[in-house]
Design a protein around this ligand. Structure first.
Ligand code: PBG
Length: 332
């Protein structure tokens, strides 16, 4: 321990814990609504609001309702909304061309939000899985996920999203070389102010299950994503990935999933000091919700404690399905 601390009883560490006012005064980390990125799911149609069985409390919204939700989020002070499309299975192909269609569902949603709620920043997802007949994040040929042709497709996707008005691009695909390729294409095409929040340390995790239901990718996926997403046993590799992505022009980096990987968040923040985010993924959300619905834990308390833990680990912000609920709680 540090030598400046007097021995007991001169030092009683319980002293500053004695009242709420004192605890507030010495509190080291705080969760703010400004730390939140809200992931949302969009579907075709109008007046659509579809519950997702494995994500209780989360719904897929058609663009009209999504715009209302974005306005509500902005009013609550949430700075960023992150759009994920549920793609019509008929649009899924081998070459994933719907991914860079300027008028695909995601790009129309981005345009609609930016037109009505310009003050909220819109983040997008860059990966081929919603558009891929194979359910993978990359182009599949003879059972292999091809890196370089996938990067070419992702660059087209990035440009279409930037064109639609996205403020932050979120490459979640884990291909090698994609950040540099996207950054160069953005610079060359007049999008020098578009941010890239790279899913740098994305693990091959079982905690994405409910998300794959939400975007309709569960049925399509054959096999697993272990040849591109990280081995949950590794941390040094996460640092190499973050370093690589920052060196290629990422503005911000992400660790995903969140709660089981707080050690990775802490090391990434300490090593690079870059804006660092964690994704409290669908399975983490579902666990808290399920336990709360069974009366096994206090849901609101678990939500707040889990999110504060990300701040303690050094994260600048968190992607969480709880965002509007937290924002309302923090308001009071
Ligand atoms: C797709 C993508 C996934 C998530 C975000 N983008 C799933 C996957 O990689 O299979 C997961 C988010 C969550 O579980 O909440 N590239």
């Amino acid at each position: 321990m540090r030598p400046t601390q007097a021995p007991f009883p001169a030092t009683r560490l319980r002293r500053p814990r004695a009242t709420a006012a004192l605890r507030d005064l010495v509190q080291e980390n705080r969760l703010s609504v400004k730390d939140l990125i809200w992931p949302v799911f969009v579907v075709e149609g109008e007046g659509q609001r579809q519950p997702i069985d494995s994500l209780p409390g989360v719904e897929r919204l058609s663009i009209d309702y999504l715009v209302d939700a974005a306005a509500e989020a902005a009013a609550l002070g949430i700075p960023v909304i992150c759009v994920f499309p549920y793609t019509d299975p008929a649009l899924k192909t081998q070459n994933c061309r719907e991914a860079w269609n300027p008028d695909n569902l995601s790009n129309r949603a981005v345009r609609a939000i930016k037109a009505s709620v310009p003050e909220i920043a819109v983040m997008t997802d860059i990966a081929l899985d919603p558009y891929n007949i194979n359910g993978h994040d990359g182009i599949v040929e003879d059972g292999m996920i091809l890196n370089d042709p996938t990067v070419d497709a992702l660059v087209k996707m990035a440009l279409a999203q930037a064109e639609a008005g996205a403020d932050i691009l979120g490459p979640s695909d884990m291909m090698d070389g994609r950040i540099g390729a996207m950054r160069a294409a953005l610079e060359e095409n007049g999008h020098s102010n578009v941010n890239i929040l790279s899913y740098s340390a994305k693990y091959a995790s079982c905690f994405y299950g409910p998300f794959r239901d939400a975007v309709g990718a569960s049925g399509a996926l054959k096999g697993d994503k272990k040849t591109y997403q990280m081995n949950p046993a590794n941390t040094d590799e996460a640092l190499r990935l973050v370093q690589r992505d920052l060196s290629e022009g990422a503005d911000m980096v992400m660790v995903k999933p969140g709660m089981p990987y707080l050690d990775v968040c802490a090391r990434v923040k300490q090593a690079f000091g870059a804006p660092t985010f964690a994704y409290q993924v669908s399975g983490e959300y579902a666990m808290i919700q399920a336990a709360a619905e069974n009366g096994w834990i206090d849901g609101d308390a678990a939500m707040l404690e889990s999110l504060l833990a990300f701040k303690r680990a050094g994260c600048d912000g968190i992607l969480t399905y709880f965002a509007p609920r937290v924002a309302r709680l923090l308001q009071n």
